[in-house]
Design a protein around this ligand. Structure first.
Ligand code: ZN
Ligand code: ZN
Length: 64
């Protein structure tokens, strides 16, 4: 089963928390560090910060 492409995905984000606070994840859209939590799309596995999650969900981001 192939993963959806982030650019053509309808994104359904779930918050993912890390127990290990030494790990920083990076938002795949604005490249800021999301620290101990991230939002991950369950379809394309895109990781975003809160701001970018709002943008992609309202269709203002990842449009080509
Ligand atoms: Zn997605
Ligand atoms: Zn971001």
């Amino acid at each position: 089963m192939a993963l959806a492409s982030p650019a053509h995905c309808t994104h359904s984000f779930v918050m993912v928390k890390l127990d290990n606070t030494l790990i920083q994840w990076t938002c795949h859209i604005c490249y800021c560090s999301t620290f101990w939590f991230t939002w991950e799309c369950r379809y394309c596995l895109l990781h975003t910060c809160k701001n970018c999650m709002d943008k992609v969900q309202t269709g203002r981001c990842l449009r080509d």
